[in-house]
Design a protein around this ligand. Structure first.
Ligand code: PGA
Length: 249
């Protein structure tokens, strides 16, 4: 079996001030200096990518990287307010694509998500593609719509590019900001990740996301089919994010 390096991704969403972002990034960097064996990716809002990159550039840690939370599905042009993949060169190594908040609040379509994935790859960004069902399926069986969704994305990419993906399984019902949200249980998430993995090249990391916390991270990170976690709320303090990272060691 291909050995995949664990990946811990912090999605800060539209939170924190510039000053808070820099303090958080620096505290995480300090805490990660003595830890190894995984990669951590911080995803600040667009305007803070440059300042956070700058703050992390002094005595850079190889395993602390930056990601963007989104890109636009065109490369350039008259798209007021949007950010294109090539603009992130030198600022980010990863980009989250198709997060459920983008799909639901901004009505992103499958075609747009595929266009974004292609542009990310073209411009050297590793796409972290989110997929997840809206409602918890009865009987613990992974919803077949998820596999279909993944197949549609894969069918649009050449084999070489498929290997550059990172997939995040994020059941929408488990994302902490949704009413009544509760993390999936580790076994269920593992089964879904197993099914998704059957579609993917062996080297593609499959992450779990949805109410990941310092307390439940060991449960997810010890599952054989889960290579890491995508963390929202618990990535906003160094204390909880570092505790999650320690669970990956
Ligand atoms: P959460 O967010 O960890 O706060 O549930 C995860 C996400 O939306 O990516």
């Amino acid at each position: 079996m291909t050995q995949i390096r664990p990946l811990i991704v912090g999605n800060w969403k539209m939170n924190l001030s510039l000053g808070e972002s820099i303090v958080l990034a620096e505290s995480i960097k300090e805490g990660l200096a003595d830890l190894s064996g995984f990669d951590a990716v911080l995803c600040p809002p667009f305007p803070f990518l440059g300042p956070v990159a700058e703050a992390l550039s002094r005595h850079r840690l190889q395993h602390l990287l930056l990601g963007a939370q989104n890109i636009f599905w065109k490369e350039e042009g008259a798209y007021t307010g949007e950010v294109a993949a090539p603009m992130l060169r030198g600022l980010a190594d990863f980009v989250i694509i198709g997060h459920s908040e983008r799909r639901r609040v901004f009505h992103e379509s499958e075609a747009e998500i595929i266009a974004k994935v292609k542009l990310a790859i073209k411009h050297g960004l590793r796409p972290i593609v989110c997929v997840g069902e809206l409602k918890k399926a009865a009987g613990g069986q992974p919803p077949s719509q998820l596999v279909k969704e993944l197949e549609t994305i894969l069918a649009a990419l050449p084999t070489d590019d498929q290997a550059k993906l990172i997939i995040a399984y994020e059941p929408v019902w488990a994302i902490s900001t949704n009413p009544g949200a509760k993390a999936a249980d580790g076994h269920y998430a593992n089964v879904v990740c197993f099914h998704l993995r059957q579609e993917l090249p062996a080297e593609v990391p499959v992450l779990y996301g949805g109410s990941v916390s310092a307390e439940n991270a060991p449960e997810f990170l010890s599952q054989p089919e889960i290579n890491g976690v995508l963390v929202g709320g618990a990535s906003l303090t160094a204390r909880s994010f570092l505790a999650i990272c320690r669970a990956a060691v």
